[in-house]
Design a protein around this ligand. Structure first.
Ligand code: UDP
Length: 411
């Protein structure tokens, strides 16, 4: 296990975007937890929504006076191929689990668990990658409640993979899911908590005009003098970049100067990414208006989400989809599919449009509706910002989490 290096954060920095009583509530909860040592574990320090969340939650908790560590598993591609198959299986597709997969999973999780020596009062384990560590952690820390935070879309899991996961859930005291439809695992207690974005990070903070202009130049040859539709996602089959390409092609018939930006990084625990990126890039190679952008820094993602006319999230499954909240926060309407956490965020006809996940043509038509109506884009953008301010900013999620910690510790 290793501890990623983290930026400092001050809770005061959130005062400008958060109601006072929410910050007060956070301080109260932090006081109650001032003696508690909390451990977060997950499987990657970069890429993807979980790392994004932990990079903010952990330093803010530290600033609030709660002793909080974050340890990331050490593992190689063999393990990540297994856990990616588990992830895919839980989201609904995959070959049967083999004995070899079980052995790799057991060995790597056991080795990582054995490396945790410090004392903790509560463990928060993120996603299926960490589940194999829990039995040993439970023996080592018999008084510490174990909470499992599952970020995966569990609406239609393949039985074999649900059974695989269920073999490891005994030590769990409490599980947290992003939607009630995901709560299909048998554990003593369950909570539903929406994830959140951090409004003060490089990715989400306001940009000065000069900063925006500089980022805009760096994104060249993508030009914001013509309409731009964007998807920001890991290259992953569930994110359906091919569907987005089809939606773009449909929209381009009505808006010939339209460009598509497909920005995607490769998460450290996702070995499939590069292959899919190459397939998507090959599919788009003949169209100079399609821009595949890999590993953009956060400032560039910020500018891209801000400057795009429409953001698309045409996922086939989606645990929550932080990228949706990120775009909405920047007043950019989102055309998204009716899966996972997307309908929690996109209000059809208010801050974007929802389409069925297999309806690329419908998505294309909705993109056109937005591109052809500046006033609608503006009013949707205002509604979008408000939706995120009310429901999907970090302080609200932190209150939900700390309340669960207090409850689990009987404080
Ligand atoms: N992300 C990024 N660069 C990329 C692609 C994604 O920084 O090229 C970030 C994105 O901004 C978001 C997170 O990775 O913060 C993805 O989280 P989400 O919940 O949308 O999806 P996940 O990858 O966890 O399935």
């Amino acid at each position: 296990m290793h501890a990623p290096s983290l930026p400092d954060r001050s809770i005061e920095a959130y005062a400008a975007v958060t109601e006072r009583d929410l910050l007060e509530r956070l301080r109260e909860l932090a006081d109650t937890l001032s003696e508690a040592r909390i451990l977060h574990i997950n499987s990657t320090a970069t890429g993807g929504g979980v790392a994004e969340l932990l990079r903010s939650i952990v330093p803010v908790c530290t600033d609030l006076g709660i002793e909080t560590d974050w340890l990331v598993m050490d593992a190689d591609d063999d393990f990540f191929e297994v856990t990616k198959a588990v992830h895919n299986g839980l989201q609904g597709s995959g070959e049967p689990v083999t004995d070899e997969m079980k052995v790799i999973y057991r060995e790597v999780t056991a080795t990582n668990a054995a490396e945790i020596e410090a004392e903790y009062d509560l463990v928060l384990a993120h996603d299926p990658q960490t589940l194999g560590m829990l039995e040993r952690l439970d023996e080592q820390l018999p008084n510490a409640p174990i909470i499992w935070r599952c970020h995966v879309d569990l609406t239609e899991p393949v039985e074999d993979y649900l059974a695989f996961v269920s073999a490891y859930t005994d030590p769990i005291d409490h599980a947290i899911f992003s939607r009630s439809a995901y709560a299909v695992v048998d554990v003593p207690a369950t909570s539903i908590v929406s994830p959140s974005i951090d409004p003060i990070t490089e990715k989400n903070r306001p940009l000065e005009d000069a900063e925006l202009a500089a980022e805009r130049d760096r994104l060249d040859p993508l030009s914001f003098d013509a309409p731009v539709v964007t998807q920001v996602s890991r290259f992953d089959p569930w994110k359906d970049q091919f569907g987005t390409l089809e939606a773009y092609r449909t929209a381009k018939k009505a808006v010939p100067e339209l460009q598509l930006a497909l920005a995607g990084g490769m998460a450290g625990d996702d070995p499939e990414g590069l292959e899919l990126y190459e397939q998507v890039a090959a599919e788009a190679v003949d169209d100079p208006d399609v821009h595949t952008l890999t590993d953009l820094p956060d400032g560039a993602i910020n500018a891209l989400q801000r400057l795009s006319d429409v953001v698309v999230q045409k996922s086939l499954r989606e645990g929550f989809g932080l990228v949706v909240a990120e775009a909405l926060w920047k007043r950019t309407p989102v055309v998204g599919s009716t899966v996972g956490g997307i309908p929690l965020q996109v209000e059809d006809g208010r801050n974007g449009y929802l389409v069925e996940p297999d309806d690329a043509i419908g998505a294309g038509n909705r993109i056109v509706d937005l591109l052809e109506n500046d006033e609608r884009r503006r009013s949707f953008g205002d509604n979008a910002r408000e939706r995120v301010r009310e429901q999907f900013l970090l302080p609200r999620q932190l209150v939900d989490l700390l309340e669960i910690f207090v409850d689990s510790l009987g404080l």
